[in-house]
Design a protein. Structure first.
Length: 112
């Protein structure tokens, strides 16, 4: 009886080993396929991130050029405002001088 029990245990163990090996290989294949798909997605994500950095650098460079152009335009505007202020001052001084001369002439004519 002991030998039949041992023979049964050996048969069950062998069958379990065979079924375990077959099932294990299927599980291993499925896990490897999932890992490969995950690696492919990560590689695509890394590529997109690298491309994003390139685009961000190009965008940053364009932004710096735009800021430089804006600074040059502001400098030109400041120069034009300064010239306009000088012209207004000269015009104002000439207008005041003409008014003073006119007033002095009027006073001189009235005083005669």
């Amino acid at each position: 009886m002991v030998y039949t029990n041992l023979a049964g245990y050996v048969a069950v163990a062998a069958g379990g080993l065979v079924l375990g090996t077959l099932f294990g290989s299927k599980v291993t294949s499925a896990l490897l396929a999932m890992i490969h798909a995950l690696e492919a997605r990560m590689s695509a994500l890394e590529g997109a991130m690298g491309a994003g950095k390139t685009a961000a650098v190009a965008g940053t460079e364009r932004h710096a050029v735009a800021i430089g152009a804006h600074a040059a335009a502001v400098a030109k505007l400041a120069d034009a405002i300064g010239k306009h202020a000088l012209a207004v001052d000269e015009h104002g001084a000439a207008t005041v001088a003409a008014a003073v001369e006119s007033h002095a002439a009027t006073l001189a004519a009235v005083g005669k």
